[in-house]
Design a protein around this ligand. Sequence first.
Ligand SMILES: Cc1cc2nc3c(=O)[nH]c(=O)nc-3n(C[C@H](O)[C@H](O)[C@H](O)COP(=O)(O)O)c2cc1C
Length: 161
Amino acid sequence: MTEPAFDSARFRQVLGHFPTGVSVVAAVGEDGSPVGMAIGSFFSISLDPPLVGFCAGRGSSTWPKLRAAGRFCVSILGDDQEELSRRFASKEADKFAGLAWDRSPLGSPRLGGSLAWIDCETRDLHDGGDHEIVVGAVHDLAVTAEGHPLVFFRGGYSHIA
Ligand SMILES: Cc1cc2nc3c(=O)[nH]c(=O)nc-3n(C[C@H](O)[C@H](O)[C@H](O)COP(=O)(O)O)c2cc1C
């Protein structure tokens, strides 16, 4: 590979022009408490078999707990859930304190008020540089609200008009 012709600020600036939705990926930790993180890299992969994915930062303290659980539920956030996104992107000890959530069919945490949920078992992990590319086998999923999605664009939250 040739050396990159740009610095990390340019990488972030350019890639920030690609808008993403915002989801929370959550699981039950080894001590039985819910754990989760805000994820913008969530993507749909395959219909047959049904697969989805996301990229988890190797520096995240939450990701090792999600990986150990071997399963996770993705809650897709609506545009009224910006505070929830900030909370799940933070380093707060108990991100679930005071929140409305229940359990998915596979037992992972599902956030109340979200647009949809996708319940998965971790199927494959691939190298993605400073991230791991996580492939999940979808066990069950549903739409739970018809609102507009929360969007992340150019380093800030955005709404679809
Ligand atoms: C809009 C948004 C999207 C994010 N997307 C990702 C992502 O795709 N992968 C990732 O590893 N972290 C992502 N993060 C960062 C994590 O949510 C955050 O660093 C992490 O949960 C907090 O650190 P901890 O895991 O050490 O507690 C995103 C943050 C925000 C605000």
